[in-house]
Write a protein that binds this ligand. Structure first.
Ligand SMILES: [Zn+2]
Length: 329
């Protein structure tokens, strides 16, 4: 991601988004969001261990703003219109598309409505441009809101929010192909990479422990069954799940090898279609949030664990229920 160009004066045709006493151009929006998000990421990292409450408040504000602005930069790098929120209004559509209408005064950049942080993550997931992001990672936004709206901050929540923030920032940094020492700065670089590594190691350890325990359970189960029918019984136990989200698909268990269930939410309906003589087969895409095996009882309870176990976090499947909307008459 390039550095945004220097500001334009108010009368310039390139004056798009105000930044201090000048304006940044519409073409620079993704670079602008990236630069400001990066600044918040560095500030959060610098201040989060402070014992001064006011510095902790600044860190709490920055931790959420870093993720939101970096997420918006990724969306804007595809198209700024991906930042539009419902309900749509003419001013916001013109502003985010960069279009001009002669009869409409210049939309005010400060009052246009952009999507909220959670929706940014949803859109990035649809675009396959998001790192693993758990339901509990929303804490980074609650933290920011608490500091912005009520001036409150909790030290433990702040500390635990650093891992998802760094995970997200590292994903963006790598996506834009920026060297780590330049992105974080030489003082924070090692710390940022240390936090990212500690998180990956923690997840690996948890998943390895879960798999080892599941293998042990399988062994005990096999020993308790009559030898001649062990295989038949274990097979009949496989392929069930007790958690119900939106969809599940068969998936080989990484611990016992029998059929387990990948469970998750539908990211996209009708992503693909196969046309053949007899009709059309539609595929939809599931984002995997759980894995369960009813033979060895292995349970992976979020996207990071699923990923650390080497299982896919997205699965395209034949969607028999999907019917595309008919063409308008
Ligand atoms: Zn299993």
């Amino acid at each position: 991601m390039k550095t945004p160009s220097r500001g334009y004066g108010e009368g310039s045709e390139h004056a798009g988004w105000p930044f201090g006493d000048s304006f940044r151009s519409h073409d620079d929006l993704a670079a602008h969001l990236h630069q400001v998000g990066q600044r918040h990421a560095r500030r959060a990292l610098k201040l989060y261990t402070s014992t001064d409450q006011f510095e902790m408040l600044d860190a709490a504000f920055s931790v959420g703003s870093a993720v939101e602005l970096l997420a918006k930069s990724l969306l804007a790098s595809v198209s700024p219109t991906l930042l539009l929120s419902e309900p749509l209004d003419v001013g916001s559509i013109l502003k985010f598309s960069g279009a001009k209408a002669p009869g409409f005064g210049r939309p005010d950049a400060v009052t246009v409505k952009s999507i909220d942080a959670g929706k940014c993550i949803d859109r990035l997931k649809q675009l396959k441009m998001s790192p693993p992001w758990l339901a509990t990672d929303k804490a980074v936004f609650w933290l920011r809101n608490g500091s912005a709206h009520m001036g409150v901050v909790d030290q433990n929540t702040l500390r635990s929010a650093m891992r998802p923030m760094v995970r997200f920032a590292e994903f963006v940094r790598e996506h834009y192909d920026h060297p780590s020492d330049r992105w974080w700065g030489p003082e924070l670089d090692e710390l940022a990479r240390g936090i990212a590594q500690a998180e990956a190691t923690q997840w690996d350890e948890i998943v390895q422990a879960k798999i080892a325990a599941a293998k042990l359970r399988l062994k005990e189960l096999q020993q308790s069954l009559p030898a001649f029918s062990t295989e038949t019984i274990l097979k009949s136990m496989s392929g069930r799940s007790h958690t119900s989200v939106e969809h599940d698909e068969d998936q080989d268990c990484p611990a016992c090898g029998y059929t387990g269930k990948a469970i998750g939410v539908i990211l996209e309906y009708g992503v693909d279609a196969d046309h053949y003589d007899g009709g059309v087969t539609y595929y939809s895409r599931m984002g995997v949030t759980h894995f369960e095996c009813s033979v060895c009882n292995l349970e992976l309870t979020d996207e990071l664990e699923v990923s650390a176990a080497g299982l896919p976090t997205e699965i395209d499947y034949v969607d028999e229920d999907y019917e595309p909307a008919p063409w308008p008459e």
